[in-house]
Design a protein around this ligand. Sequence first.
Ligand code: ATP
Length: 377
Amino acid sequence: MASVTYRKVSKVFGKGVRAVDNLDLEINDGEFMVLVGPSGCGKTTALRMLAGLEEATDGDINIGDVRVNDVPPKDRDIAMVFQNYALYPHMNVYDNIAFGLRLRELGSLGWQLTHMGEARKIKEDIDRRVRETAKMLSIDALLERLPKELSGGQRQRVALGRAIVRKPKVFLMDEPLSNLDAKLRIQTRAELIRLHRTLSTTTIYVTHDQVEAMTMGQRIAVMNNGVLQQCDEPTKVYNQPANKFVAGFIGAPPMNFVDATIDDGWVKNSTIKVRLPQGHPALEMAGKKVTLGVRPEDLYPSVSSPIPVTDENRFTAHVDVLENLGAEDTVYLQVGDHAMTATVDPGSGLSMGQDTEFVLDPDKIHVFDGETEEAIR
Ligand code: ATP
């Protein structure tokens, strides 16, 4: 196992596509780090540079204490799992898992008779490791099957097995669950978390899916346009997003944003007005244009509000659409010129088309600078 460090790493393609821009990121030994961001934000490029499949334009990449920028991919001791698992179609599951090990560990011996005893020992060791790995992934009953005789989830597990069996210093996973259906994704997600707990191998996992990031990462690194926006534990990123981009990207339904101004202790616009909590730095910024951010779960219908309804937090909203999801309802509201979303308990008594009163919790609001979009907190 090993830590991984990106120090001021950039990648420029052709004449100026800055896919990764000055990335500083440290992944601890044994950590499960998720790189998350929208399509094209540079996640895969960051991963490929670590694997040695792309050359960094600038900066240093370290695995443990070793700067690996100039180390050939095969000598970096990492294993990668991709979205399309690319198994060898003519080999059964056993051989797919064993292939890399055989190449690596027997290939160097050559075929001289003097090495026969050693080769037998290595083969036995490979056999033990393949069976152990297959058992860990519950594919031990499938070792004789060809890839075409497996389901998508089983194939993905074989691909994982191929990576795990090598016991690499670092696992790199690039959207490994995207080809699975929704149910299998959730199941495999849990399996990967369990597997990491067992193996404790440093893992960097790339996804554009913020739910995967939130549920899997010990820390998550949110990227946009090649730039790292924030890196922290999932709950920290959710509760204290560094800027408007992170706030809008992490969380579903996404955070509501409303243009507003700071005015004598309030954040307000023509329809919403909320008192700033004591000690909030925006209290000192009278006249500043800001964006007020409110998570959908921090809006409550007045009639069932868990916090006191006062003139300082109530506002009128029109219920456009109400979606019943079983465990909760998603309510699409029109508040003055702004569309907002609230998640409320089912049985809230709301109905589509009605005008009603909502409150928002002043202690849970987010305020972002109207120009820089950085959080003011
Ligand atoms: P996705 O989730 O869609 O895979 P990503 O966040 O992984 O996206 P990258 O694949 O790293 O993003 O791409 C980052 C940027 O670099 C994009 O603008 C992409 O078009 C560009 N890019 C990636 N590879 C190359 C290449 N070989 N040549 C030129 N531009 C590239």
